[in-house]
Design a protein around this ligand. Structure first.
Ligand SMILES: O=C(O)CCC(=O)C(=O)O
Length: 253
């Protein structure tokens, strides 16, 4: 879907997400998928599930996707012109006939230690993502409800870092919208939007690259959920806040 920037801005403010953005052509995403397949062969599937975080610093293809001008054009319509890359993280769900692996309902920003609590995620479909293989689901407008206290998921298999989950009674799942994407398409969601994904009970892999962006005003006031420091990189616009020591761009764009 090709959307005018002003329409993107309005939809994002209203719903907390925009979806089905046609960013990468079929040949482009096929080439990126081949690079991911190669990384998967080197790292192993166990690691690739949720263990590839921040690898734009040593894998050129991840950097090229994250810093792509078309992604940044769409992200700037959602969050404004000053954009720092916070991190990248693959969510790769393999065929799971028992339906044991899922992502519980959560808000991204809750455990990232940022103040103000603002971040935005571009979810890039490396493989087709649909209801059959456990695409992401969102609750439209929930980014306006403020940050909610998360509990712990009762069911085993939550892929999130500290098993966090928004309590069931706060999530109106009747309003959930499935973010089905063809490979190469992208969705963008607000860090306060309630979202989740259910098990991949198909025979197909479902790999997505999440690219996390923040405005330079968002400083890190405490460690994130994995106890780490962020090293954001300015990709567009200006950093008038200087909360972070400059990190060198790892690859030429
Ligand atoms: O890819 C998924 O299944 C979940 C992604 C997610 O939770 C996120 O982007 O924070």
């Amino acid at each position: 879907m090709t959307v005018a920037p002003s329409d993107l801005t309005a939809a994002y403010q209203r719903d907390g997400f925009v979806t089905r953005l046609d960013i990468f052509s079929e040949p482009e995403i096929a080439a990126f998928r081949a690079e991911f397949d190669d990384l998967e062969a080197r790292e192993g599937k166990e690691k690739c599930q949720i263990g590839l975080q921040g690898r734009h610093m040593d894998e050129a293809f991840i950097w090229r996707m994250a810093a792509d001008a078309r992604i940044l054009d769409a992200v700037s319509a959602c969050m404004g012109q000053d954009i720092m890359l916070l991190s990248t993280h693959f969510f790769c769900k393999y065929p799971d006939p028992e339906g044991s692996k899922f992502v519980a309902w959560h808000q991204d920003i809750t455990y990232w230690g940022l103040e103000p609590p603002e971040a935005h995620t571009a979810w890039i479909a490396i493989d087709d993502a649909d209801l059959g293989n456990g695409c992401m689901q969102v609750i439209p407008g929930s980014h306006r409800d403020g940050i909610v206290e998360h509990g712990k998921a009762a069911n085993a298999g939550n892929l999130l870092s500290i098993n966090q989950e928004i309590p069931d009674e706060l999530v109106d799942t009747n309003r959930a919208v499935a973010i089905e994407l063809r490979a190469g398409q992208v969705s963008i969601h607000d860090g306060q939007l309630y979202h989740a994904s259910f098990p991949n009970t198909s025979q197909r892999r479902r790999c997505g690259l999440t690219v996390r962006f923040i405005p330079p005003a968002a400083r890190q006031v405490q460690a994130n959920s994995t106890g780490q420091q962020w090293y954001p990189i300015l990709l567009r616009g200006e950093d008038q806040h200087h909360h972070y020591a400059p990190t060198a761009v790892p690859f030429a764009s």
